[in-house]
Design a protein around this ligand. Structure first.
Ligand SMILES: [Zn+2]
Length: 167
């Protein structure tokens, strides 16, 4: 193959097919499938684990068989340390501290709040305020009164405001 590539000549289809066959045999030929799955011929049912009899007599049983192999593990992502951190820094991707970081870097996907795509609505504040009103029971009597009054006042103002701004 290297010689053909270096010469820059086109390769006949049967030669390419032979190469592909060798590749596939080297990649998969030596491996045993980790699992066989089957489903009715011509159906779109979900695949189910096949019994040994299904694998040896798929035609008689009207089944389609597929073999599953283990796939090579996905390459591990390396941490990226800030330049000159000397073991004291935090990874630029996952924010783990260098001295206790796991070997693999797994950045957290940022959690997106669907509200950030919408124009702000003052009524979103009502629920946290109601929660504040509820949680105020854990405070001392003085603070409990203060924050319950505050929350009630703001919730009422927001409701009034919403009523006033309805078309
Ligand atoms: Zn990392």
């Amino acid at each position: 193959m290297r010689r053909a590539g270096a010469a820059g000549e086109p390769v006949p289809a049967e030669v390419a097919a032979a190469w592909a066959k060798v590749f596939m045999e080297q990649l998969y030929g030596m491996q045993k499938p980790v699992r066989y799955e089957c489903r009715r011929r011509g159906s779109n049912d979900p695949w189910e684990e096949a019994e040994p009899g299904d694998v040896t007599h798929p035609r008689r049983r009207g089944l389609v068989i597929r073999a599953l192999y283990l796939h090579p593990p996905v390459a591990k992502q390396q941490h990226r340390w800030p330049p000159g951190s000397n073991g004291q820094g935090h990874c630029l991707d996952c924010d783990e501290a260098q001295w206790l970081a796991a070997p693999e870097c797994r950045p957290h996907a940022p959690i997106r709040d669907h509200r950030s795509a919408m124009p702000f609505r003052i009524t979103w504040v009502i629920e946290p305020l109601e929660k504040l009103h509820y949680l105020a029971k854990h405070l001392n009597p003085f603070d409990r009164d203060k924050w319950r009054k505050e929350a009630t006042y703001l919730i009422d103002r927001i409701r009034d405001h919403e009523k006033g701004s309805q078309p």
